[in-house]
Design a binder for this molecule. Structure first.
Ligand SMILES: Cc1ncc(COP(=O)(O)O)c(C=O)c1O
Length: 405
């Protein structure tokens, strides 16, 4: 079977801009392609592979659960689901869990819970669901309607009615937009696709005050920032956002499709039988993987490690910024790192690939790094050295071109 860009074009809808390499396996933080080339993976399956590749505890949990039961559906009770739900509740102090399969499905479930909760108040105008400009919440219709950038929604209208957007970190706009018609406000405490921006403390404080006044829900989308990536299990604790619902996905299933919505006591009784559900949600193999993943994060102190290596990357990129004018800014929260550059960041993705380092471009001019939480200081340094080389070569080429003119 040819696994190359030509056959990809023939076989698939053209919705993914894939890198021109076929990967076959991984070892630690290294992803290996079919010709045996090893790539330092600073993307980790878009923030999924928190433990890197080949963690034996994860492999064992998946294979032993697969040997016992791969799927039965939510017609039944299954221990791995119960164990993972209990763990998430103990980590959050919340009351209830709903499992789905992807980030966008968690957002859909949260929108439904919020609207039904608001309707129970007796105010039938209380339907409005708001998000923040520059955000990303997913690509199914509800989540897409909350997602900021037109490039994701162009051509797909009409979107979900009753949605709107508050300008990111703009308290005056927040005050102008929320009212007693507001059912919920979705926030990403650290915006990922939006280029690594953290919501400000004054904005969060005002949002919480307005929640008291107008009685709406605060919903934290922790799909990219959660499960330890920013140095704490949930990033909302760092700004004391006190959400009513939290959406998790990406690393939650250890690389298998799994997402969760966890809800506080306020929303605990909103859903009734048949109100919501999904055949695969809370698949026992994915839940067993999730339990192993969280255990490994705790056993190996990976949250503290993410903070430490993130700070190291930040310091090293600051040093690069002092000598490379291409770097405009670095924004870093644990191992969510955004390096703002003076041109389209995708230029550097191809150059890094040639040097066998996988980086990602987001929000046009931001190099995004989301490495496995297990990355060592030496491996992080290898990425920094590669970026240094790329910027140095670019400057040398520009100087040579200027001389030729
Ligand atoms: C913050 C956030 N929310 C939602 C999603 C959607 O998740 P999924 O791609 O699993 O549907 C993503 C995916 O990148 C995300 O980063």
């Amino acid at each position: 079977m040819d696994v190359n860009p030509e056959s990809e074009k023939k076989l698939f809808f053209h919705n993914y801009a894939r890198l021109p390499i076929a990967v076959t396996h991984g070892e630690g933080v290294w992803l290996v392609s079919d010709d045996g080339t090893r790539y330092l993976d600073m993307i980790s399956g878009i923030g999924v592979n928190a433990l890197g590749y080949g963690d034996q505890r994860l492999v064992d949990a998946i294979s032993s659960q697969a040997a016992k039961l791969i799927h039965a559906s939510n017609l039944f009770m299954m221990e791995p689901q119960f164990e993972l739900a209990a763990k998430l509740l103990s980590l959050s102090g919340f009351s209830k869990v709903f499992f789905a399969n992807s980030g966008t499905e968690a957002i859909e479930a949260a929108i439904k819970i919020a609207r039904k909760w608001a309707g129970l108040s007796g105010n039938h105008d209380k339907k409005e669901v708001l998000s923040l400009s520059n955000c990303f919440h997913g690509r199914t219709y509800g989540a897409l309607s909350l997602t900021a950038k037109a490039k994701y929604s162009d051509g797909f209208d009409p979107l979900l009615p009753g949605t709107g957007m508050i300008t990111f970190n703009d308290i005056a706009d927040l005050e102008a937009q929320v009212s007693d018609k507001t059912a919920a406000v979705f926030i990403e405490v650290v915006q990922g696709e939006g280029g690594i921006h953290r919501v400000s403390q004054p904005f969060i404080d005002r949002l919480k005050e307005l929640r008291e006044r107008y009685q709406f829900l605060i919903i934290a989308d922790e799909i990219q920032s959660g499960c330890g990536r920013t140095g704490t299990f949930f990033s909302y604790t760092q700004v004391n956002a006190d959400p009513d619902l939290v959406c998790l996905a990406k690393p939650l299933g250890g690389g298998l499709p799994l997402s969760a919505v966890i809800g506080s006591e306020k929303v605990a009784d909103v859903l009734s039988y048949g109100n919501h559900g999904t055949t695969f949600g809370g698949n026992p193999v994915a839940c067993a993987a999730g339990i192993a993943m969280i255990k490994a994060i705790e056993e190996d102190n990976l949250m503290a490690h993410a903070s430490e290596i993130g700070t190291f990357i930040n310091n090293e990129v600051q040093k690069l910024a002092a000598k490379h004018p291409q770097i405009l800014e670095i924004r870093q929260y644990g191992l969510m790192v955004g390096i703002m550059v003076d041109k389209e960041a995708k230029v550097y993705v191809g150059q890094a690939l040639e040097k066998h380092v996988l980086i990602n471009a987001t929000s046009v001019n931001v190099i995004r790094l989301l490495p496995p939480l297990t990355i060592s200081r030496e491996e992080a340094q290898h990425c920094i050295t590669t970026l240094d080389e790329i910027f140095t070569e670019e400057t040398a080429e520009q100087a040579a071109a200027a001389e030729r003119c």
